[in-house]
Design a protein. Sequence first.
Length: 434
Amino acid sequence: MSRPVRVAPPRAGLSGGLDLPGDKSIAHRALLLGALAEGTTVVRGVPGGADVQATRAAVQRLGAHVREEEGTLHIEGQGAGLGVADRVAIDCANSGTTMRLGAGLVAGGPGTVVLDGDASLRRRPMERVAEPLRAMHAVVETTAGRAPVTVRGGSLLGVDWRSPVASAQVKSAILFAGLRARGTTTVREPLPSRDHTERLLAYLGARIECRPGMVTVAGGQRLRAAAIPLPGDVSSAAFLVVAGLLVPGSTLRLRDVGLNPTRTGFLAILRRMGASVDVIDPHDAAGEPRGELHVRAATLHGTTITPEEVPAAIDELPILAVAAALAEGETVLRGASELRVKESDRIAALEQLRPLGVTLQTTPDGFVIRGTGGRRLRGGRIDAGGDHRVAMAFAVAGLVADGGVEIRDPECVDVSFPGFFTRLVELGAEVTPR
Ligand code: S3P
C-alpha cells in the first residue's frame, strides 16, 4: 500500500503538452487478436498499466510468445490453434476486459482455462458472457455468476445473440468466439458500444459486417498479423481535459489521442456544458481516428446526460460528475446503472463529493448534481475503494478544492495510468505525499 497523496490547487493555471499512455481498450484487443493471428503483430505505444499486463500474461499462458522492445510488443501469433491442451489458470487481476474477452477467445480453443481475478473483479457479473458462449455450445461455469470462470474449450456453433446490455466486452467476447465457431455469429445490442474489436478485426483482414446495432462475423477466418500503433488513451485524457477546463487560466495540449466516436461522448457532453476543446490534425491510423486536443479553462453549466449517451461516455462519467460539481446549475445523469458494476460501484463512490460541498443526489442509475458555479470545493479526504477512475476523478476535484483532496489509496491509478500524479505535477499541480 503506498501512502496517501493530497492534490491541491496550483498557484497558476495548468499548462503544457503531453503524451498519454496508449489506449488500454485497443491494447487488450491487439494482444488477444495478435495471439490468434498468423505472423508477428507489432503493437507500438503499449501502456504499462496493470490491466494490459494481465492480458499480456494471459496470452503468454495460452502459448503465444511476446517480446518487448522499448514499449513495443512483438506477438508471435499461434493462429487458430491458440491455446494449450492442459488446464491453464489465468489471473486477470483487476481487469474485466481480460476476463470477458479472454473467456470468448478460449471458448473455441483446446484445453480448460480458469479465469480469476482480484476481490473487485470477483464481484462483477460474468453470466453476461457465459450465457451467450453456452448458446454457442461452449462449456462455461461461473461461480454464482461471477469469477472464477472455467471455460472448457471445444467446437463452437455460430449464434445470433441479442445482448440486453450495451457492452463492448460482451460483444467482443462473442465475436472472438465467433471467429473460431462454425457458421456465422451476430451480436445485437440496445445501443452502440465501443467498436475497437470491429475495427481491429477489419484491419487484421477479417470480413466483418457492421450495421447500426448489430455486427456479424463468419467463423473459421484467419487473421493476418499487422503493425498496430496505439493512440493515446482518450479515457486517461479525459481526466486532464476536465482538469484543464476547471483550473482557471489553464491551457493544455494532449498529443495523439484516440478519437473514436464510440469513445468521445464525454467531449460532446463537455462542449454542451460550455467547454472549449479543439481537435487539431484529425487523422486515421490502423483503423482508428486520432488527433491532438487543445483545452482552455472555461465556465461550465449543467446539462442532462441521456441514457443514449451513456455507452460512449461510460468510463468518463465519474470525471463528468466532477465537471458537473463545478458547473453552474444542475446536471442530471440517467440510464447509467452499469456504473454500479464497474471496478467499484461508481455511483456510490461519487457520494464522497458531498463532504466536499457538492449538492448531490444519487439514483439507482445516475445522479443529480447542483454545481457550485465555479466556486471552489471544500477540501477533504476520499477512499477510492481501489478504483483507478474514482481516484483520478477525485484528484481532479482536489485541484479546485480549498486545501486539496487527500486520496487514501492512490496506487490504484496504476491499473490504467501509471505516472498520473507525476503528470499532474509536470502540468503545475501541487501533489504531496501525506
Ligand atoms: C471496455 C468496455 C467497457 C468499459 C471498460 C472497457 C472494453 O465495459 O467500461 O472500461 O475495453 O471493451 P463494458 O463492455 O462492460 O461496458
